[in-house]
Ligand binder design. Structure first.
Ligand SMILES: *Cc1c(COP(=O)(O)O)cnc(C)c1O
Length: 459
C-alpha cells in the first residue's frame, strides 16, 4: 500500500521542470489520466516499483500523440495517379498561392459588387466553365455522389429513372447507385440484362411516370465479350422526344485527349450533343479538388439551386476559388500546372531516366554489398485509378527494390513508416515513377537510404 502513497500529487507533478513548455490546460487532464491509470495498476498489483520519470514519459507521450498531425504528406510510389486512399488529385503550390489572399480576406462570395447587395455563390464559375465545357450553366456541390443525389432528388422524387442493369455500379467506399437512388426518393427501373441493353429497352420502358434516362459510367469494371450498352449521345434525343431529362453520371471527366490510347469518355464529346445534365468528380481526371461538378441546361440548374438540399451540399469559398483557378488554367491549356495531368502526360523516357538516376544514386551506398543488392529497373504498367477502367493500363517505369538480406515485406513497412507508399510485386518493392512528383525524387532518395541503413542496424 506504500506505493499508493507515493503517487505524486497532481498539482505538484505537473510543476516538474520537464513540463516547462507544455500548455497546462492540455497537460493537466492528461497527467490526471496517467496518475489514475498508475493507481489502478498498483491496485491490480501490476506494478511493484515506482519511478516518477516513467510517469513523466507517459504523460509526454500522450501530450505529443494528441498534437501530432494525423493527416500527413506522403510520396505515392504506387503508380496509381488518381489514388482515392491517398487523396486523389494534387493541387499545385502555385495555384494555392493564387487563392491564398481570398482566404485571408473578406471577398465577394455571395455579394454582387455592382448592385451592392446579395449575390450568388455559384455565379463565379459560370464564365470560365461555360467557355471550357460549352454549357449553359454550372453548379458545384461537395462531391459527385452529392451531385447524383441532388439531381435525382430534384427531378425524380417518386418518379421512375431508367438505368441499364449493366450500369448499377458500386464505387469504392460503398457508393451504390441503387442505394443512392432509393435514398433520394427516385424509383429505379432497371433495363436490359447485365451484359446487353439496347435503345429499344429504354423506348419501351418510358411511360407517364418516367422522369429521367440516366447513364452511369462503369467506372471500375468492364463487361467483356457478348455485350452492348447504349451510348449517352443516343439517350439525349430519346429523352428530348419524350420531354424527359437525360442525365449522365460520368464519374471521371476530362477535357483534353488522353495519352496512351486511354478510352475514358471525353466531356466535350457529350457536351456538344446538348445534354440536359451531366455530372462528374472534380478530383478524378479533371485534376482539381473534391467536388461534384454539374453541367447542363440553365433552367434545370436553376431548379437544382432551389432545392433545399443544396444548402447541405454546398461548397466552401476555398473550393470555389481553387476550382475557378483550375478552370482558368484549363482554358489557357496550361496543363503543366495540373499535377494529375502532368504525371499522366510524362513521357516514358523521362520516367526511365528518373528510375535509373535513383538506382545509381542508391548504388553509392556503402552498405549495399552487405544488403545483397538485387534491385532492378523494370518497364511496367499501372492502372490510372479514380474510377477509370481497371483493364486500361498506362505504361510506366519502376525501380524494383530487392535485397537478399532484407525481407521485402519489412522494407515495404519501413518505407511506409517513412511516408513512401509502394506495392510489392515479384518479391520486390516497386517504386513506380508514374505517380511520383519530379520534385520528390531527392526526398525519396533520402528516405530509401535512411530506411536501408536503419534496417541494417536493427537486424
Ligand atoms: C467516382 C464516381 C462517383 C462518386 O464520385 P465522388 O466524387 O467520389 O463522390 C459516382 N459515380 C461514378 C460513376 C464515379 O466514377
Amino acid at each position: 500500500m506504500d506505493l499508493l502513497k507515493q503517487i505524486p500529487q497532481l498539482d505538484r507533478f505537473i510543476q516538474n521542470i520537464s513540463f516547462e513548455d507544455f500548455k497546462i490546460s492540455l497537460l493537466k487532464p492528461l497527467a490526471k489520466e496517467v496518475l489514475e491509470e498508475f493507481r489502478q495498476d498498483i491496485l491490480a498489483k501490476k506494478i511493484h516499483t515506482f519511478n516518477e520519470n516513467e510517469l513523466i514519459l507517459k504523460v509526454k507521450k500522450k501530450y505529443e500523440d494528441i498534437l501530432k498531425p494525423s493527416l500527413i504528406p506522403l510520396i505515392n510510389a504506387t503508380g496509381i495517379i488518381i489514388h482515392t486512399n491517398l487523396g486523389r488529385s494534387l493541387i499545385s503550390k502555385e495555384l494555392i498561392q493564387k487563392v491564398q489572399p481570398l482566404l485571408s480576406s473578406y471577398n465577394n462570395l455571395e455579394y454582387d459588387l455592382e448592385k451592392g447587395k446579395r449575390g450568388q455563390r455559384y455565379s463565379h464559375l459560370k464564365k470560365l466553365f461555360s467557355r471550357l465545357c460549352i454549357c449553359e450553366d454550372v453548379l458545384v456541390v461537395n462531391n459527385n455522389a452529392a451531385a447524383v443525389f441532388l439531381i435525382l432528388n430534384t427531378f425524380a422524387k417518386d418518379k421512375d429513372v431508367l438505368v441499364s442493369r449493366g450500369e448499377l455500379v458500386e464505387i469504392g467506399g460503398s457508393f451504390r447507385i441503387p442505394d443512392i437512388m432509393e435514398q433520394s426518393g427516385a424509383k429505379l427501373k432497371e433495363l436490359g440484362t447485365t451484359n446487353k441493353t439496347h435503345l429499344s429497352d429504354y423506348e419501351k420502358a418510358i411511360n407517364e411516370n418516367t422522369a429521367m434516362l440516366m447513364k452511369v459510367h462503369k467506372s471500375n469494371f468492364c463487361i467483356k465479350g457478348f455485350s452492348s450498352e447504349v451510348d449517352f449521345e443516343d439517350l439525349i434525343p430519346l429523352a428530348k422526344k419524350n420531354n424527359i431529362i437525360d442525365y449522365y453520371d460520368m464519374g471521371s471527366a476530362h477535357i483534353f485527349e488522353l495519352p496512351f490510347g486511354l478510352k475514358e469518355p471525353k466531356l466535350l464529346d457529350y457536351m456538344k450533343k446538348n445534354p440536359s445534365l451531366l455530372s462528374f468528380s472534380g478530383d478524378k481526371l479533371f485534376g482539381s479538388i473534391q467536388a461534384g461538378i454539374i453541367l447542363g441546361k440553365k433552367d434545370l440548374i436553376a431548379k437544382l439551386k432551389k432545392n433545399q438540399l443544396l444548402r447541405m451540399l454546398r461548397v466552401d469559398k476555398l473550393s470555389l476559388a481553387l476550382l475557378e483557378e483550375h478552370a482558368r488554367i484549363l482554358v489557357l491549356e496550361d496543363l503543366e500546372k495540373i499535377p494529375t495531368l502532368k504525371m499522366l502526360y510524362t513521357p516514358l523516357a523521362k520516367l526511365e531516366l528518373r528510375a535509373k538516376t535513383l538506382k545509381s544514386k542508391l548504388e553509392t551506398l556503402k552498405i549495399l554489398e552487405i544488403l545483397g543488392d538485387n534491385s532492378f529497373i523494370l518497364k511496367s504498367e499501372t492502372p490510372l485509378g479514380g474510377g477509370s477502367n481497371p483493364e486500361e493500363k498506362i505504361p510506366t517505369f519502376v525501380l524494383a527494390l530487392k535485397y537478399k538480406n532484407i525481407k521485402t515485406k519489412i522494407l515495404e513497412e519501413k518505407l511506409r513508416e517513412n511516408g513512401v507508399i509502394c506495392r510489392i510485386e515479384k518479391d520486390a518493392c516497386l517504386i513506380d515513377f508514374r505517380s511520383i512528383q519530379e520534385n520528390e525524387d531527392e526526398k525519396l532518395e533520402e528516405i530509401i537510404k535512411k530506411v536501408l541503413e536503419e534496417v541494417l542496424i536493427n537486424d
